[in-house]
Design a protein around this ligand. Structure first.
Ligand code: NAI
Length: 249
């Protein structure tokens, strides 16, 4: 795969799991990486790793549910490295686990605020900047639950479905400006996101993946980095599953 030398990337939720794996891979391939997270210490830890490995990176605290933070993140990338070429809207939460009939409205709002509105705020300012440059590539992290339902996770499933629609719409709007926008749909991946899932749910998850195991963050990062790269120059508006066969069943 071609190098990302000279490219500037922004990864939200880069302190942990999939976002950390994407940040490390982009750093290793020569991009200047802005690693953002609500957990600044965690983001700084990933930045330190990238720099120790010979790369270039900077950390920024960003709450993606706050629109002003998303604007500031793009401004930070431009002020620090001169431009923004690549963005990964990855930060997200698992949301509460409850049937709709017992669900908390506060949890619904919080999950939609982060997992859907947060992606919209990101795109809003990333695309505005990229359109001034006439190039760019963005990947939004949805989920297998961007096409499948799952009992007891209505807010998460709804947000992840919406991210797929948002991705397609964004791609249609910015394709004439030389910008690509894609989504990935990971199956269940071994990251801290699953820490709060009930044990009976975790026990059943492996069996849902024909691969016979959960995925790891690096396996998702590999697809995201490919979609960001020039090798994917004819790929836009698509939703790419990385799910060990989950959706083929
Ligand atoms: P993770 O919990 O390891 O990492 C998520 C990161 O997002 C954390 O560093 C967290 O601090 C950050 N974050 C949370 N709320 C934030 C906010 N409001 N603003 C900024 N940062 C915030 O989780 P993981 O698994 O790496 O998740 C990354 C993405 O992948 C999420 O969008 C998740 O929904 C998605 N995904 C994860 C799957 C899994 O099984 N782990 C499956 C399918 C999708």
């Amino acid at each position: 795969m071609s190098s990302f030398a000279g490219k500037v990337a922004l990864v939200t939720g880069g302190a942990s799991g999939i976002g950390a794996a994407v940040s490390r891979e982009l750093g290793a391939k020569g991009a200047c990486v802005v690693v953002t997270d609500i957990n600044l210490d965690g983001a700084q830890g990933v930045v330190d790793e990238i720099i120790a490995a010979g790369g270039t990176a900077a950390a920024l605290r960003q709450d993606i549910a706050v629109e002003a933070d998303s604007k500031a993140a793009v401004e930070f990338a431009v002020a620090t490295y001169g431009q923004l070429d690549l963005a990964v809207n990855n930060a997200g939460i698992g949301g509460g686990i409850a049937p709709i009939a017992q669900a908390s409205t506060d949890d619904w709002r919080r999950t939609i605020d982060i997992n859907l509105n947060g992606v919209f705020y990101g795109l809003r300012y990333q695309l505005e900047h990229m359109m001034t440059r006439g190039s760019g590539s963005v990947v939004n992290v949805s989920s297998i639950l961007g096409t499948n339902g799952q009992a007891n996770s209505a807010a998460y499933v709804s947000a992840k479905h919406a991210v797929v629609g948002l991705t397609k719409t964004a791609a249609l709007e910015v394709s004439p400006h030389g910008i690509r926008v894609n989504a990935v749909g990971p199956g269940y991946i071994n990251t801290p996101l699953l820490e709060n899932a009930p044990q009976e749910m975790l026990d059943g998850l492996v069996g849902l993946h024909p691969a016979g195991r959960l995925g790891n963050a690096e396996e998702v990062a590999a697809i995201i980095v490919f979609l960001l790269s020039d090798e994917a120059s004819f790929v836009t508006g698509s939703y790419h599953l990385v799910d060990g066969g989950y959706s083929a069943r």
